[in-house]
Design a binder for this molecule. Structure first.
Ligand code: SF4
Length: 430
C-alpha cells in the first residue's frame, strides 16, 4: 500500500462510494487520528459495511494534508467478523438529531485498489465462525433432526427456532452442524443492567436488543439430554452456558451444577464452559466442584469505576468478578476475560495499568479481544467520559501485554479441552 485508503461515504440509500479527495482516518476515544498504512487489512470475509445516518466522515485532504469533513454523504463504518479485533473506530462528526446507532461495532473502513480495507488484526486462528464454513443445507438438516428428535425439549426448540433459524447465531448453527461449541442458554433474568445489553433494552431506549431474552428456566434434564451427545460426538467439543439470548447464567447455578454432575456421569469428553458476568464467586466455586472446566468473564474495563458505570450491577461489585476468576484458577480451570475493546478507552494508559494488575491478580489464562458492539458517542456519553486520557494504540497495548505475559493467550473464542490441556497451537485449518 503506497498511500492510505480513501474515505468511504454513502448516499443514504445504501450505495457506498469512495471520496478520492480524502484519505480515511480512525477514531479513538473522542479524537480522530491518521492510521499507519501497515495497520490496514482487507475487510475479512463475513464483514459488513454500514452507512451511519446523521454523521459526516472525517478524512485527511489528499492535497493539503488537513483533516476535514466529507460533505458528499453519510459516514461509513465496517462490522468486522469474529476472530478479528478492530484497531480504530470510524471517524465522523455527529449531527444533533442523529439517531443512536444499533448494537454493532463500527470499525473504520476505507477503499484502496478496488478493495475495502479496515484497521484490524486477526487475533484468533480458530475457524469456528468463518462464514465460508457454514453449510446451509447441513444446518437445515441438522436443525430439522434436532427439532424432530428433541420435540419435547424447550431448549433445543429455542436454539433451533430462534437462535439458529431466526438470529443466525453462529454458535447455534455449529450445534446444528454437530461440531465444536454448543450454546446452552439457561437464565431469563440478570443481576446487571448493562447499557448495551444485547438481550434486553428498556422501553425508553431508542435502540433494540439484537435478540430476545430466554423466557423460561430449562431443567437439568433438558440441558443434559442434548449436551451429552454433543460432547461425545462433536469434534473439539465444548458446551457453553451463558449466551447472548439470556440473562446471567449464575442465577441458575443450581440447575447448571446438577447438569454438570449428570453430564460427567455419561462422558468426560470436551470442555464445560460458562460465559458470565462473574458476579457470584460462591456459585462459581460450586460449579468448579461439580466439574466446570473454564470460565469467560465479560467486562468493558479492568477499572472498577468504568466497569460499574457500564454494568450498573445489582447486589454485586467489580471485586466479585475478580474473585470468580481467582476461584476457577484455584481449581486449575481455564480463565478468560471477554474484553470489550473500545479504541481510546481500552488502550488508555490508565486501563493498561489496571489490566496488568487484573492479569497478575487472577493469573489469567486468556484475553478474548472482542469488538465492542455499541454506538461510540452513546457509550462514552452514558458512562460520562469526556476525556479518555493518554492512549497508546490497541496494537501497542497488545504487544506490551504479550511481551510482559508470554503465557497469556490471545484469542476470540473459548478454547476446546484439546487446546487447554494439550497443544494450544492446534491447527484448525485442516
Ligand atoms: S450481564 Fe449480559 S444479560 Fe446481563 S445486562 Fe449485561 S449484557 Fe445483559
Amino acid at each position: 500500500m503506497n498511500h492510505s485508503p480513501y474515505l468511504l461515504y454513502s448516499d443514504g440509500k445504501g450505495n457506498i462510494f469512495e471520496d478520492t479527495s480524502l484519505y480515511a482516518v480512525g477514531r479513538a476515544g473522542w479524537d480522530a487520528f491518521p492510521i499507519d498504512i501497515n495497520d490496514w487489512i482487507l475487510l475479512p470475509d463475513g464483514g459488513n459495511l454500514y452507512e451511519l445516518p446523521g454523521r459526516k466522515g472525517i478524512g485527511i485532504d489528499v492535497e493539503t494534508g488537513e483533516m476535514r469533513l466529507c460533505e458528499k454523504g453519510w459516514a461509513v463504518a465496517a462490522f468486522i467478523p469474529p476472530a478479528h479485533t478492530g484497531l480504530f473506530i470510524a471517524a465522523y462528526e455527529t449531527a444533533e438529531d442523529a439517531p443512536t446507532l444499533p448494537l454493532f461495532c463500527y470499525t473504520a473502513a476505507g477503499w484502496y485498489n478496488g478493495n475495502f480495507y479496515v484497521p484490524a488484526v486477526r487475533i484468533e486462528q480458530d475457524i469456528r465462525q468463518e462464514c465460508a464454513g457454514y453449510d446451509n443445507v447441513q444446518i437445515k438438516n441438522g436443525a430439522d433432526y434436532l427439532i424432530k428428535n428433541y420435540s419435547h425439549n424447550r431448549l433445543v426448540k429455542h436454539l433451533m427456532d430462534n437462535c439458529c433459524n431466526t438470529y443466525n447465531c453462529p454458535a447455534a448453527r455449529n450445534f446444528a452442524m454437530g461440531r465444536w461449541e454448543c450454546p446452552v442458554p439457561s437464565s431469563p433474568a440478570c443481576n446487571a443492567n448493562c447499557i448495551g445489553c444485547i438481550s434486553f433494552q428498556p422501553e425508553e431506549e431508542t435502540i433494540v436488543s439484537t435478540q430476545d431474552r430466554l423466557t423460561f428456566k430449562p431443567t437439568a434434564e433438558e440441558i443434559v439430554e442434548f449436551t451429552v451427545p454433543h460432547l461425545m460426538n462433536a469434534p473439539y467439543p465444548i458446551i457453553s452456558f451463558g449466551q447472548g439470548c439470556e440473562g446471567e447464567p449464575l442465577l441458575m447455578w443450581e440447575t447448571i451444577r446438577e447438569s454438570i454432575i449428570e453430564i460427567r456421569k455419561h462422558t468426560d469428553k470436551g470442555s464445560i464452559n460458562i460465559n458470565t458476568n462473574g458476579s457470584k464467586p460462591d456459585a462459581v466455586k460450586a460449579l468448579c466442584e461439580a466439574g466446570l472446566n473454564s470460565i469467560r468473564v465479560s467486562t468493558n474495563s479492568a477499572r472498577k469505576e468504568i466497569y460499574t458505570k457500564y454494568y450498573r450491577p445489582n447486589n454485586y461489585q467489580f471485586e466479585d468478578i475478580i474473585e470468580s476468576l481467582k476461584v476457577v484458577n484455584s481449581y486449575g480451570g481455564w480463565t478468560s476475560i471477554n474484553y470489550f475493546v473500545f479504541p481510546g478507552m481500552t488502550d488508555s494508559v490508565e486501563e493498561y495499568e489496571a489490566l496488568r494488575k487484573l492479569i497478575k491478580e487472577t493469573n489469567l489464562s486468556m484475553i478474548q479481544w472482542r469488538n465492542f458492539n455499541i454506538d461510540p458517542d452513546w457509550y462514552l456519553g452514558q458512562i460520562g467520559v469526556t476525556e479518555t486520557g493518554e492512549m497508546m494504540g490497541v496494537k501497542q497495548l497488545q504487544d506490551l501485554i504479550r511481551e510482559e505475559f508470554p503465557n497469556l493467550k490471545f484469542g476470540y473464542f473459548n478454547p476446546p479441552i484439546e487446546r487447554i490441556k494439550g497443544n494450544y497451537e492446534v491447527d484448525f485449518a485442516h
